[in-house]
Design a protein around this ligand. Sequence first.
Ligand SMILES: Cc1cc2nc3c(=O)[nH]c(=O)nc-3n(C[C@H](O)[C@H](O)[C@H](O)COP(=O)(O)OP(=O)(O)OC[C@H]3O[C@@H](n4cnc5c(N)ncnc54)[C@H](O)[C@@H]3O)c2cc1C
Length: 431
Amino acid sequence: MSKREIVILGAGLAGLSAAWHLQKKGRSCSVFEKEVEVGGLCRSKVVNGYTFDYTGHLLHFRKQYTLDLVKRLLGDNLRLHNKSAWVYSHDRFTRFPFQANLFGLPEAVVKECLLGLIRARSNGQLNKKDPTFLEWIHHTFGEGIARHFMVPYNHKFWTVSPKNLNCEWFNNFIPVPSLGDTIQGTIAESRKSFGYNAVFWYPKRGGINLLPAKLAAGIKNIHLNHKVANLDIKNKIVHFTGGGSKKYDQLIYTLPLPEMNRLVNPLPSGISTCLKRLRHNSIFNINLGINKLGSSSKHWVYFPQKEFVFYRLGFPGSLSNSLMPKNTNSLYIEISYSKKKPLEKEGLMKPVLKNLTSLGLVTSKKDIVVRDTNDIKYGYIIYDRNRGPALKRIVDFLGEKDIHCLGRYGSWRYLSMEDCLLEGRRISNAL
Ligand SMILES: Cc1cc2nc3c(=O)[nH]c(=O)nc-3n(C[C@H](O)[C@H](O)[C@H](O)COP(=O)(O)OP(=O)(O)OC[C@H]3O[C@@H](n4cnc5c(N)ncnc54)[C@H](O)[C@@H]3O)c2cc1C
């Protein structure tokens, strides 16, 4: 067995999973995390009795291995939910995914969407290597579905036009219903579910932070309050803010990749330029504790239209009533922004409240008893045409220096919690 020193930077799910799997194999490693607690994005906050995650964090599983692992960690504190996701457009709620649930939309919209879809279905295969997301949307769903949901929603969410995105990121998780399914979902409200994420798991009691907390309980050598200040990749030393350093042989890096430009000095200019090409959006998350709201059977709702500031809002009470004081409710709201679409955060509550009032979710400001915000700088990785080539050069360069890029922001990919857990296992096998 190798005695080489393995150091893991970041105690989010990817870093924790790597440490957990390595130590289960009898390999020693140490984890360094800047915060005072583990979990990264997979954390929860309790504010005056209301528990909020860093927006909705729901467990979808493709692999039995991860479900078993999470069951082993959370025991019976886990509940399976049938997803109840909705879209709000044209002044009404319709079921998600939009492309399979036209029932209830205005007649003219339904007609446009159906005719567009029928025409699109006669298109045959999309004969283009590396189409843009916009081309894929039009080819797959036709003009109506593109115009009434796919394009405005995705533009709002990503903060860039779908014509600037490629299709690598969604890897089959955007449902493509058959024409028959869409017609069925036009005639009547359909309950048919699509894709692997039609169901999800969430703790029965408490927030999603229980998962990293349980994982961390089985790991030795986690050092909290250790912020990486500098990476000396030549001598293989990590330096921490306020002093202290750690030598490594192999480094597992789960911090946001673009931060390398600040942490490693000097970097070859070609690599530095590639790092500058990586784009992402940011998520401004507003959490509200509400005194009066009744419980919602909806888990979350998508808002494609510009009139709504947020692209999605969700109801923690639909996951577990342990997340709020008795007879109250709460909401999480997600607003995306980026350099391309800056967000004026000051004064944001005014339009948010106006939107919530128009939906009947609050009647006045007085209903809101808790207000909490999280500004998530690194939200979703933007898959534009620069990403692939730039990422390859960066990862190859770092690999030669025994730095292994891991996790959603370390490997700069659209990864879920399950993916991060699996990535940890993969690296433990590879090292
Ligand atoms: C808005 C939003 C909603 C999401 N919803 C879901 C969902 O419903 N289901 C799902 O499966 N996934 C969801 N995800 C994805 C999920 O959160 C991530 O895949 C996963 O938590 C990423 O884990 P990670 O360890 O790769 O990164 P992180 O959680 O970002 O961990 C990186 C760690 O590095 C630490 N760190 C950063 N800089 C330093 C430094 N200088 N020194 C030391 N430590 C540092 C951070 O504090 C953090 O703990 C969502 C993501 C977002 C943004």
